[in-house]
Design a protein around this ligand. Sequence first.
Ligand code: HMH
Length: 220
Amino acid sequence: GVEASTTAAWMERHRQMYERATRHPFTVSIRDGTIDLSAFKRWLSQDYLFVREFVAFVASVLLKCCKQKDNLDMEIILGGIASLSDELSWFKNEAVKWDIDLASVPPLKSNLEYHRFLGSFTEPEISYAVAVTTFWIIETVYQDSFGFCIEEGNKTPPELRGTCQRWGSAEFKQYCQSLQRIADRSLANAPADAVKSAEEAFVRVLELEIGFWEMSASQS
Ligand code: HMH
C-alpha cells in the first residue's frame, strides 16, 4: 500500500527503548566477543522454555487470523509455527553441545513474566491486529539483535555464530518484514482503541525483551 507504516512510526517514537532491547549489553557482548559463556548458557536454557510458550502464543495468533473474513496471512503464520518446530529441535541439539539438561531448567522470574504476557493473548477479546503486531515485534527484536552480531566488524565467537545466524539471517529478516506488512495492514483497518492497545503491547514487548536479556546476563 501507499499508506505510511504505523509500526515504523512506533519504532521512531519509542527509539530509545527499541535500542535498549536490540543493542543490549548482553547481545553486544556476543558481537564483541566478550560474552560470558555461563550467561550464554543461561540465555539458551531460558529461551528454550520461552519458545515452548511462544508456540502457544503463535497458535493463538493463527486462530485469530483464521477467524478474519480475509485470512490471506494464514500461510505466513502457519510457516512461523512450522519454523518453531525446527527451532525446538535446534535448542535440544544445542543443549547437548553445551552440556545443558533442559529438563531440569526452572524458568526464571523475567521469563515467567513474559509467559504471563503471552498467555493473555488467548483471550478472544484481544484482536488479531494487536496479536499480530505483538508477534511481529517479538520476532523483530531477535532479528535486529542477532543480525547486529553477524554484521561487518563482529568478533562473535565461532561457537555462537549458528545462534546468531538463526535469527540474524536474510531469510529471517524477510519473514519479519512479511509480519510487519501484515501488522501494518491490520492496524490500518483497526479501530483506534485497538491501535492504542497494539502500541501498548509493542512497548510492553520491548520492556519484556530488555528484562529477558538482563535475566540472561546476570541471574535474577
Ligand atoms: C525472549 N524473544 C525471546 N525469545 C525468542 N526466541 C524470540 C523473541 C524470537 O523468537
